[in-house]
Design a protein around this ligand. Structure first.
Ligand code: TXA
Ligand code: MG
Length: 323
């Protein structure tokens, strides 16, 4: 974990411009939304997003919410069914996150969606969040701004207590109004399902929809679930062989550090120099690349378990178990 000198910013225009610039350059900035403080990174920059997991000390990769400044921008990232559009028009900006199929023009990185074909989108209702998003001009991935296992932060002081020295800046916009995370609905196909209860209540959602919400897949919220149970996780079709020394001719090779995979049918390298942040940023995209019909298994070089290696190994162990 590299030390980062954390700037403490106010919410004046020049501070907000600074926050936007730091994000655009790949840095990590915490900012308030109406629900809780988010820990933001440029969602289109895989390395920046990998830094979120490092700063939070989160030992596994969950898909993250991509925050955008308007519904129009959200439409460039996701495909909205008529029901999803109705919800967006009724409740955005606001404490509602919609999980929708990725649009062909989606720029959110694979690590931010954890390799899924869907993307979680939200337009937050907070002037500071809005100004930061406008300044970046790109979707911003932001989980709650707390260390893994701690409660979500609702003031800049809470954020500082957890993340000082681990992120680049904290924008102080006062206490958050709602205090709990956004409600998450999945709008894939005709179904609208509740994945996580939150700041927007079921009854007002059902009033707008005109029908009852389905229950979401297990494990879609923050609840821990058994490996292989998580419906909201990407799993490769090919088998996954961990801690491999080398690949067989009918296998793909996913390297880490120099060498290996000379016999493989196809190969990729998470990080030739052995950098775990780079490896995390490449993980889901490379798994997809190697997950071809003519591949029996993906053989994966040993990956150290320190820092982001823990989350990478966790994800690969699930991929190996999910059958
Ligand atoms: O209020 C909030 O939602 C706050 C503020 C900062 O916006 N953010 C937040 O993010 O709570 P986070 O990362 O703690 O929670 C995001 C949740 C995770 O439980 C994740 O599993 C789910 O959203 N999620 C994200 N993308 C998904 C997807 N494509 N399919 C299913 N679930 C998804
Ligand atoms: Mg959280």
């Amino acid at each position: 974990m590299t030390y980062r000198n954390t700037l403490h910013l106010g919410a004046d225009p020049s501070s907000l411009a600074t926050a936007g610039r730091i994000l655009a350059e790949g840095g990590l900035v915490s900012f308030p939304t109406e629900t809780v403080y988010g820990l933001g990174a440029d969602a289109t920059n895989g390395r920046a997003v990998a830094g979120i997991y490092e700063a939070k000390g989160r030992p596994r990769f969950n898909p993250l919410i991509a925050h955008v400044a308007s519904f129009e921008l959200a439409r460039g990232q996701g495909v909205f069914s008529p029901a999803a559009e109705r919800l967006a028009r009724a409740f955005w900006p606001g404490p509602l996150t919609l999980v929708v199929p990725k649009a062909p023009t989606c720029t959110v990185s694979e690590i931010a969606t954890a390799g899924l074909d869907s993307v979680a989108l939200r337009v937050p209702d907070h002037p500071v969040a809005h100004a930061v998003l406008e300044a970046v001009g790109r979707p911003v991935a932001a989980p709650s701004a707390n260390r893994s296992g701690h409660v979500s932060a609702t003031t800049a002081a809470h954020v500082a207590a957890d993340l000082d020295g681990r992120i680049d800046a904290i924008v102080d916009g006062g206490g958050t109004k709602v205090g709990v995370e956004s409600t998450i609905l999945s709008c894939l196909g005709d179904r609208v399902a509740m994945l996580r209860p939150g700041g927007l209540s079921r009854d007002v959602i059902e009033d707008v929809l005109g029908f009852a919400l389905a229950e979401g897949p297990e494990g879609a919220g923050d609840e821990p679930v058994a490996p292989g149970m998580l419906a909201s996780h990407y799993a490769p079709r090919a088998h996954v062989r961990l801690d491999a020394e080398n690949a067989e001719p009918d296998e793909a090779w996913l390297g880490f550090g120099p060498g290996g995979g000379e016999q493989a049918r196809v190969s990729a390298n998470l990080s030739p120099s052995g950098d775990l942040t780079e490896a995390a940023a490449n993980l889901f995209g490379m798994l997809r690349l190697l997950d071809r019909a003519d591949i029996h298994a993906i053989a994966i070089a040993p990956i150290p378990g320190d820092g982001l290696g823990e989350a990478i190994r966790d994800r690969l162990a699930r991929a190996a178990a999910e059958r």
